[in-house]
Design a protein around this ligand. Structure first.
Ligand code: DQA
Length: 145
């Protein structure tokens, strides 16, 4: 069974109450329950992790390199400026699929740039919580063909 890590970055713990018009009204817990259910259906052994701290996200990426087969990552606002997270992704060999609930390309100018995109296998953005499920499906294809 492939082991995967779903990572949520800063402010995503407030899903459901944070700008619901942009990010949806489902709670963080219920989205995670649905992620876990999709993982089960895809035959993934899944761990879900959230942190508001850049360093903790980097530590988790480092740890994952030896015990996980792939990662789905919503890096939140770090997406747009964290060269440290970009370097951590570049440093590990397992595939990382970038995810966003909102269509970052249709929002404010500063969100149009993803500094992590060039080191991720692909990006899925704009489908609300379904972005995570599509990313899991993408990871399935990457890992199992
Ligand atoms: C986000 C988009 C980012 O620009 C924002 O800072 C977030 C969430 C998304 O999922 O749409 O925190 O990554």
């Amino acid at each position: 069974m492939k082991k995967i890590l779903v990572m949520h970055g800063p402010n995503l713990d407030l899903l459901g109450e944070r700008e619901p018009g942009v990010y949806g009204s489902d709670s963080f817990e219920s989205v995670n329950n649905e992620i876990a259910e999709h993982c089960k259906q895809l035959g993934f052994d899944c761990e879900i992790f959230q942190s508001n701290s850049e360093g903790e996200l980097i530590d988790k990426l480092h740890q994952a390199r030896t015990c996980k087969d792939g990662i789905v990552l919503n890096a939140g606002a770090y997406t747009h400026y964290s060269y440290a997270i970009r370097d951590a992704i570049a440093a590990i060999k397992i595939p990382v699929v970038e995810v966003h609930l909102s269509n970052i390309h249709a929002r404010e100018e500063f969100r149009h740039t993803s500094v992590i995109a060039p080191v991720c296998r692909g990006q899925i953005a704009g489908f609300g919580k379904n972005s995570y499920f599509l990313a899991l499906q993408a990871l399935k294809t990457i890992l199992e063909g």
